[in-house]
Design a protein around this ligand. Structure first.
Ligand code: ZN
Length: 337
């Protein structure tokens, strides 16, 4: 059973006319869930608002006050790419609470995995700054909650853009291991191989900056030869996925080469890194509605162990050289493992 955390509020966040991160994205995701081989195995999960204390594990009080104030005043620009509308605050705190509700539901045994079909997305949001279409860092709010109660967390971010917000929030944190596979060079400009975390968190950040045209085989190589051995060592209690679908080859904002079939393979690999019933995916980017729909269908099916391949998997592009470089860097250290 796949738990799907979604709410009509998520379509009420309006980032402005002709913005690629548009409300119709949620409809495409829900259509993909209806296509999935598991349509009958989907159960609705009602998101709740994250509390102020839960949000302040990740964001400053002053920053949260500012977003709430801008929304109450009718909305406005928070960043050159990122705007809030009157309903954005309510959408954002429910997007952040969806993951927390998913933790509780999975622990009750209500489902096998969870997919949070949320807007606005979160992985670019910093402690005190909105950026890259993101207001509150949804995956970070759930990761920080789990960490603070003593769980170890592995975050896998396969959005085409580097999740600079999530990386920065857990940079010096040994209990939240952050892995990103993203296009390079590309917005936001972070996510180089040598960004590995700092202080107690040195070695607990891992970046795969893939060139344009990278295909699914490089992603699987990264998981099989680098991430899986790390997961064996850290034995995460939870795996949280920043599931952007803008690495799809049809995405208008990026130039990576994945297909829906690659997301099916990637999801199956990620599922194997976690204990049973301990994977939660969070929607991040993905701006071609057709690609988003088919990629979500493939991902949702794989999350419950079914196979759906609307498109074949890809291979033969560049990217494996980056995986080799990451392997060499990790074997040379420094690393906490
Ligand atoms: Zn993205």
């Amino acid at each position: 059973m796949l738990l799907v955390g979604t709410d009509p509020r998520f379509a009420e966040h309006d980032p402005g006319r002709r913005h690629p991160e548009r409300p119709q994205r949620v409809e495409a995701v829900l259509a993909g869930l209806d296509d999935a081989a598991v349509r009958d195995a989907v159960r609705h999960l009602e998101p709740r608002a994250a509390t102020r204390a839960e949000l302040e594990r990740v964001h400053t009080a002053a920053y949260l006050d500012e977003i709430e104030r801008v929304c109450a005043a009718g909305g406005g620009a928070l960043d050159p790419d990122t705007s809030a509308s009157p309903r954005s605050w309510d959408a954002a705190i429910h997007a952040a609470g969806a993951g927390l509700e998913a933790v509780a539901a999975l622990e009750r045994g209500d489902g096998d995995a969870a997919f949070c079909a949320v807007r606005p997305p979160g992985h670019h949001a910093l402690e005190s700054r909105a950026m890259g279409f993101c207001l509150i860092n949804n995956v970070a709010v759930t990761a920080a909650y789990l960490r603070d109660r003593g769980d170890s967390v592995l975050v896998i971010d396969w959005d085409a853009h580097h999740g600079n917000g999530t990386q920065a929030i857990f940079d010096d944190d040994a209990d939240v291991f952050y892995v990103s596979m993203h296009e390079w060079p590309l917005y936001p400009g972070t996510g180089r191989i040598d960004e590995i975390g700092s202080g107690p968190g040195a070695g607990a950040t891992l970046n795969f900056p893939f060139p344009a045209g990278t295909t699914g085989d490089a992603y699987l190589d990264a998981i099989d030869t680098v991430v899986e051995p790390i997961a064996e060592q850290i034995r995460p209690d939870w795996v949280l996925v920043s599931a952007g679908f803008d690495a799809h080859r049809d995405d208008p904002l990026t130039d990576l080469g994945l297909t829906a079939g690659d997301y099916a393979d990637l999801t199956a690999r990620v599922l194997a890194l976690a204990p049973a019933r301990r994977v939660i995916a969070f929607l991040e980017g993905g701006y071609d509605l057709g690609a988003l729909r088919s990629s979500v269908a493939a991902t949702a099916s794989a999350l419950v162990g079914a196979e759906l391949r609307p498109e074949p998997a890809t291979s033969g592009g560049p990217g494996r050289a980056v995986v080799g470089a990451v392997r060499r860097l990790r074997s040379a250290g420094p690393s906490r493992n």
